[in-house]
Design a protein around this ligand. Structure first.
Ligand code: PSU
Ligand code: MN
Length: 303
């Protein structure tokens, strides 16, 4: 077997050598989830949040036949402004590496890369899930299966409210993925703290989350954990304000024949427009909050 095409930034290489806590960060949120320049500002803030909470950030992206674990200033800057970056999930990763393309990693692909790099904790905004109308479209994010396969604890603000959340929770249950709300009973809904659905599990400390991550490995259970961290109180957008706007964006997507990988970026962009940027402001707050929590979990895992 040939060696893994991993390229570590100097900072991440040093953290690995010292067994210091590391938090993986994805790049699709930069290329497909937020507009420029807020995407770049957010990526920098999120990295700073990880550092402020005692861990080393490792933003992951693909270029030059390599999996880059940790990007420098210029790498982040390039990615944030690049056009036509491929959105990579499990299915796309090997082709992009083989052909030398530039690719941004989704939750699924970031989990794979993080696991290969020995990183156990990953912070993002919201995972992909079962789309509304999936009974016709079959649109179910590969993120869900990845959580069942790959041993990474993913900190997200729940699943995006553009999804069918009850079905998303059902699929996660079927796949045996622990869905753990942090510090509350309800499953959060990305821009809102409460989806109206109870979370299957609840934990209140980073230590317990780290312990259950380790216990899954001890039990020989494959896969990771989803930690559903509610958006901070002052930053949320109440679900009833968003509901009609999500419905509208959804029906526009249908009318325009948007499908496959384009669905999530389209819906995020339309909600940004329909709320005059309020969803982006909330998205930035929640991903920063997730980065801080992930750093705490990574520290507990490292100690
Ligand atoms: N979280 C965000 N914004 C995003 C995403 C997550 O706050 O854009 C991305 C992640 O990369 C996630 C992807 O894996 O959206 C889901 O895409 P899909 O529904 O096509 O699987
Ligand atoms: Mn999809």
């Amino acid at each position: 077997m040939s060696t893994l095409p991993l390229v570590f930034s100097p900072e991440v290489a040093e953290a690995r050598a010292n067994a210091a806590p590391i938090v993986a960060l994805e790049s699709t949120i930069i290329t497909h989830g937020m507009p420029y320049p807020q995407n770049l500002e957010t990526a920098r803030l999120v990295e700073a949040d990880v550092r402020a909470n005692g861990a080393i950030p490792a933003t992951i992206a693909i270029r030059d036949h390599s999996i880059h674990i940790g990007l420098d200033e210029a790498g982040l800057d390039d990615l944030a402004q690049a056009q036509d970056v491929a959105k990579l999930s499990r299915a796309d990763l090997a082709v992009c590496l083989a052909t030398g393309g530039v690719g941004a990693t989704t939750v699924a692909a970031t989990m794979i890369c993080a696991a290969r790099a020995g990183i156990s904790v990953f912070a993002t905004g919201g995972i992909g899930g079962v789309h509304k109308g999936a009974e016709d479209s079959f649109d179910i994010s590969a993120d869900l299966r990845e959580l069942a396969h790959t041993p990474v604890t993913v900190v997200a603000a729940g699943a995006k409210a553009i999804l069918d959340l009850p079905k998303t929770l059902e699929v996660l249950e079927t796949l045996g993925v622990p869905v753990i709300a942090f510090g509350q009973d309800a499953f959060p809904a990305f821009w809102s703290r409460n989806s109206g659905l109870p979370a299957p599990l609840r934990l209140d400390t980073t230590r317990d989350i780290a312990q259950s991550h380790l216990m899954r490995a001890t039990l020989g259970l494959p896969g990771g954990q989803l930690v559903a961290n509610p958006i901070p109180d002052g930053a949320e957008i109440p679900a009833d304000i968003l509901k009609p706007l999500i419905d509208r964006a959804q029906s526009e997507a249908g009318a325009q024949g948007i499908s496959g990988k384009s669905v999530t970026p389209f819906l995020l962009r339309r909600l940004f427009e329909l709320t005059d940027g309020a969803t982006l402001t909330a998205n930035i707050a929640l991903v920063r909050n997730n980065a801080a929590l992930a750093a705490g979990i990574a520290r507990d895992l490292a100690s």
